[in-house]
Design a protein around this ligand. Sequence first.
Ligand SMILES: Nc1nc2c(ncn2[C@@H]2O[C@H](COP(=O)(O)OP(=O)(O)O)[C@@H](O)[C@H]2O)c(=O)[nH]1
Ligand SMILES: [Mg+2]
Ligand SMILES: [Zn+2]
Length: 295
Amino acid sequence: MLQGRLVKAKGGFYFVRSPLGEVITCRARGKFKDIDVSLMVGDIVEADPIKRVIEKVYSRKNFLLRPSVANVDQAVIFMAAAKPDMDLVLLDRILISAEAAMLHIVICFNKIDLFETMNKDKKVKIEEVKKTLEGCGYSVIFTSAVTGEGLDEFYIKLKDKVSVFTGPSGVGKSTFINKLKPGLELASAPVSIKTERGKHTTRHVELIKFDGDTFLVDTPGFQRLDLKGFSSQELSSFFPEILTYRDSCRFKSCLHSAEPQCAVKEAVQKGEMALWRYNHYLTFLKEVQQMEKIY
Ligand SMILES: Nc1nc2c(ncn2[C@@H]2O[C@H](COP(=O)(O)OP(=O)(O)O)[C@@H](O)[C@H]2O)c(=O)[nH]1
Ligand SMILES: [Mg+2]
Ligand SMILES: [Zn+2]
């Protein structure tokens, strides 16, 4: 029996890499119909190297549903400084799902070379956003696959970890990995001029050995992410800055929206918590409450 990691799943085939680096193509066992559905890239599996079937899946340390990946150490969230424009609502949604999976988080604002042609307000805004996110405890790096800015700083964050690259499509995830390690030649495509959105060129989730103990998972991007499965009570746990204030709220079950004597709202009024983060929290709270009504 061969123990290895599932590095890619495509058309009913599962690619399993042994610790020695050999990759074998397998099917999932019939009796594992359920597992068949839920096998995830990153899974540690046992495969029969002769019959070429996956026999066993080990329990996961953690997993993300979007993108679907298991047993990773950190999420690297890519956003473009421009083209496509920063989508902070989507960023906060991705942050919540990464927090819920208890992943370490690195945020990359890529295409920072486009700063040159950006107006001053945009530059000020992105610097402020960076400060706010750093205040939440996240590492934030400005990068450019064109000029190479941030490359070294970024590599230090990746070293000896399994990192899943996530974010909208067209922000440069694949290009950036290619730049870090020429020769990998991952599929990437120009952002369509009409919509300024990326085309979905990376079609599969794929775990790539970068070097030594450093692994990357390239994933297709997405433009939307819902918060299915989150409850209104737990939502605030995934905002690090809310966590620091919420114990001082008058009510233990405070949802930090309409309640009086809410320490979180006071923090927003004093400018201690960023208004955009708080507003996103309120938007998500409504969304989650709406789903709670339905189910
Ligand atoms: N100006 C600029 N363009 C970039 C940068 N990184 C990627 N791109 C371009 O953005 C487009 C989308 O890149 P791709 O890697 O496919 O994005 P992905 O969908 O996130 O994997 C391609 O045309 C890249 O050449 C960057 O740092 N600066
Ligand atoms: Mg890609
Ligand atoms: Zn409160």
